[in-house]
Design a protein around this ligand. Structure first.
Ligand code: HPA
Ligand code: ZN
Length: 334
């Protein structure tokens, strides 16, 4: 059976810098008078074969060099909103990597104001509600993260939470307890990448030591039966990104992806694109790939979409409206 079209869903695991398409990289390089290490579209496109998380991160950070001005960040964000909304995303919680820009000399205000200006127009332009999450680079120091968090709080940046991303193995949650304590005291939501390449113990520590409300990825939790039972009992949201996991070789093939087992274990999983410009597609493409690979029926698709809406930080009225829209979608599938 061909895919179900555009289930209304929330996207909860999305790095806005990972939406930067090769065409926009070229356009921004020209606009900013920059020479790229891979100066043609074909040469750039040839770099998108990854062997693990680090090989992706190297290109991801290198490509950010074209993001210089507030307008660059606004254009990138608007392009994401247009594409995601066309694929059924009704609410998105969007991470950005402030440290990756500040270290290049881009003012934090240009980053925040550029992204925030596009998000502020999103409901009217695209019918999409949004939230902005500052993600911190776990391969940098906790002191550096704390300094940037204080700057974001001092400038009253419109963030709803913090996350933790970049190179996971060797950079465990234990390194960032003070950062998460500070963010909690500031009233922010707390999420973290855990169990993408790192072991199940990182998932446990993110829950117990950082107090996170959601886990980004979490697929390696499946190696620890006691943890699986806990995640099921507590209904901890796991923002799973299947196409990302295949492209970064966390799993060998989509057929071997643990999502069906995660669903069978009663885990609160939802589907996300992570870095759609790098991993082969947006949320709708992830849904379509899984429907093809595993033959998911409309009930399973609706379960995944419902999990995304309920696990979001949207307010109660917005969640209710989206769950109603999802129910209508389900009825239409017969
Ligand atoms: N994992 C960790 N850090 C990241 C990712 C990811 O998939 N994408 C952007 N930063
Ligand atoms: Zn991610």
């Amino acid at each position: 059976m061909m895919g179900f079209r555009h289930v209304p869903a929330a996207e909860l695991h999305l790095h806005i810098e990972g939406t930067l398409e090769p065409e926009l990289i070229m356009e921004l390089a020209a606009r900013n008078g920059l020479t790229l290490p891979f100066p043609t579209l074909a040469q750039l496109r040839a770099q998108y074969e990854f062997t693990d998380l680090q090989s992706f991160l190297n290109l991801y950070y290198a490509n950010m060099a074209v993001l210089r001005t507030e307008a660059d960040f606004a254009d990138m964000t608007r392009a994401y909103l247009a594409r995601a909304s066309a694929g059924g995303v009704r609410h998105a919680e969007i991470m950005f990597d402030p440290q990756a820009h500040v270290v290049r000399g881009v003012p934090l205000a240009a980053v925040v104001n550029g992204i925030a200006s596009a998000l502020a127009a999103s409901e009217q332009e695209f019918g999409m509600t949004t939230g902005l999450i500052a993600a911190f680079l776990r391969d940098e120091t906790e002191e550096d993260a704390l300094e940037i968090l204080e700057q974001l709080l001092a400038m009253d940046a419109p963030i709803i939470g913090i996350g933790l991303d970049s190179a996971e193995v060797g950079n465990p949650p234990t390194k960032f307890v003070r950062l998460y304590d500070r963010a909690r005291a500031a009233g922010l939501h707390l999420i973290a990448h855990a169990g993408e390449e790192g072991p199940p113990s990182y998932v446990t520590d993110a829950l117990d030591l950082l107090g996170v409300e959601r886990i980004d990825h979490g697929i390696r939790s499946m190696e620890d039966p006691a943890l699986v039972r806990r995640l099921a009992a507590e209904q901890v949201p796991l923002t799973v990104c299947p196409l990302s996991n295949v492209r970064l070789r966390a799993v060998d093939t989509l057929a071997e992806h643990p999502l069906p087992q995660m669903l069978a274990a009663g885990l609160n999983v939802c589907l996300n694109s992570d870095d759609p410009a790098y991993f082969g597609g947006h949320v709708d493409v992830n849904f379509a790939a899984l429907e093809t690979e595993f033959g998911f029926d409309a009930d399973t698709v609706a379960t995944l979409a419902g999990n995304s809406i309920r696990s979001s930080f949207a307010d109660g009225d917005r969640k209710a409206a989206l769950l109603t829209e999802l129910q209508e979608w389900r009825t239409q599938q017969g």
